[in-house]
Design a protein around this ligand. Structure first.
Ligand SMILES: [Zn+2]
Length: 476
């Protein structure tokens, strides 16, 4: 549970309390400002008043009354970070811990990519009602799946999807989600091409992006041509980049037709086990170039979730430093994770998971070279990816895959803001932007893992010093 927070809302000057009209303000002096638009600006002053950045200048700024002055010498100020692939309601008992863990790690905006609508809406409402102590939350509602649906509530597959039976049902569902206030729609793997396209068309009417696991029944290029706005985990891209892509698709369609009585999770696993390794082995550079060119042309963004998809290589479940992040989880969840981590560590990584990890890192470079827009997202709390901490691992893996540190920062700041068309208010450090900021003790451009060296976070103008961040992290 969240205990009383020790955060500082400005207020270094007692005389200010007499001046009721003065908003609390924060002045960062002589700080190095870094954002994806202007790069690195050394020795700048940044003034925050209320919930806005009101001045960014290389000239001295006079501190107003009621101002917190922060000496920024040798420090680095970056925009508040995003985790663009999160499931806030995936693990019962962990929901309450999510927001403090994100804020405590400098993540001021999140994109929830799947949860039942009645379960995610209250968190969205909380983030709107309490913007100074919650990350900004964008929600997709449930995964829209066909039959049998994958996340159906069976063991290991929490119920975060709906299985749709007809195009009418799909239209009704998208209409109702739009009415409930979702920010995007998520399509899933068991949809037929027809249902998938119906979802795309209905979402477009509501001006909502559709992000997806590309359905198994359709090729990635066809899904992109049909208007899929973004793809999660590079899912099923490997099958479309194989020299055998056509016969793999035909075989998949057959398995889908024959597996109607299976559990969705079982059927999907069988298909992946039958095709994935073969797809990695028959990766075709020319075919991949064509697929990536289509994604670029259509503006289909990618969320490769590299911290998750390199799981078989990184083996975070046996990494003692990583396991220390479990200490910030609620007690019962922590015990479950430790038990599951110990079990996972006993086994060798499968050949397929190692091949998958290597392929994903190779693809990060290809996405960059193809100028395809990428967002940093982690899939937390899946795969032992501790909320908040996992975003910093994601940034590290994006750089390992071939991004420059500033590009990795862009993927977690400016690009997600552009994705939701809120780049005029967040994502960069400029005058009139909302004050979502992270102050670092070392330069993230010389080493991306320096994004973990957080001295302070500003969320909607509220200043959290290190002590306040620690109490957020320890509040669960
Ligand atoms: Zn996910």
């Amino acid at each position: 549970m969240i205990t009383t927070l020790v955060f500082v809302l400005g207020g270094c000057n007692d005389a200010a309390s007499e001046k009721k009209n003065e908003e609390p303000s924060i002045l960062f002096e002589s700080v190095t400002v870094i954002d994806a638009k202007s790069g690195e600006r050394a020795n700048y002053n940044v003034l925050v008043s209320g919930n806005k950045i009101i001045e960014v200048s290389d000239q001295p700024i006079e501190s107003p009354p009621n101002c917190t002055i922060v000496n920024g010498k040798g420090k680095y100020l970056i925009p508040g970070l995003w985790d663009a692939h999160v499931h806030v309601t995936f693990t019962p008992g962990l929901e309450q811990a999510m927001f403090p863990l994100f804020l405590g790690n400098g993540i001021t905006s999140i994109r929830d990519t799947g949860g039942l609508i009645n379960e995610v809406v209250p968190w969205k409402e909380k983030s709107i009602k309490e913007p100074n102590s919650s990350p900004r939350l964008f929600i997709a509602g449930p995964l829209l799946d066909g039959h049998p649906n994958v996340y159906d509530g069976s063991p290991g597959r929490p119920e975060i999807s709906v299985g749709l039976s007809s195009e009418e049902e799909a239209i009704e569902m998208v209409d109702s989600l739009a009415a409930a206030g979702v920010d995007l729609i998520k399509s899933y793997e068991m949809l037929s091409p027809k249902m998938f396209k119906t979802i795309l068309a209905t979402a477009e009417k509501h001006n909502l992006h559709v992000t997806g696991h590309v359905p198994l029944s359709i090729d990635v290029v066809e899904a992109s041509d049909a208007g899929l706005r973004s793809m999660e985990h590079l899912r099923n891209l490997e099958m479309s980049c194989s020299s055998d892509f056509d016969s793999l698709l035909q075989a998949r369609k057959q398995m889908l037709a024959q597996g109607k009585d299976y559990l969705g999770g079982t059927l999907r696993s069988e298909i992946h086990s039958a095709q994935r390794m073969h797809a990695f082995k028959t990766f075709d550079e020319q075919r991949a170039s064509k697929v990536l060119a289509a994604l670029k042309k259509n503006g289909t963004w990618q969320i490769p979730t590299t911290a998750l998809t390199t799981g078989g290589i990184n083996r975070l479940y046996e990494n003692e430093d990583w396991k220390k992040t479990f200490e910030f989880l609620p007690e019962t969840i922590r015990a479950n994770w430790i038990e599951a981590a110990n079990k996972a560590a006993e086994k060798q990584s499968s050949e397929i998971s190692v091949a998958h990890g290597k392929w994903v890192l190779k693809m990060v470079k290809k996405l960059k070279d193809s100028q395809i827009k990428v967002m940093a997202g982690t899939d937390t709390p899946i795969g032992f990816l501790t909320p908040g901490f996992s975003l910093h691992k994601e940034l590290e893996m994006l750089v390992k895959g071939g991004m420059e540190p500033l590009e990795a920062i862009e993927s977690a700041t400016l690009l997600p803001a552009q994705y939701f068309k809120v780049q005029d208010s967040i994502g960069t450090i400029e005058k009139n932007m909302i004050a979502d900021l992270v102050l670092l003790d070392a330069n993230p451009l010389s080493d991306i893992t320096n994004t973990r060296k957080i001295i302070a976070v500003v969320r909607n103008g509220s200043y959290y010093n290190r002590k306040a961040l620690d109490s957020l992290l320890n509040s669960n």
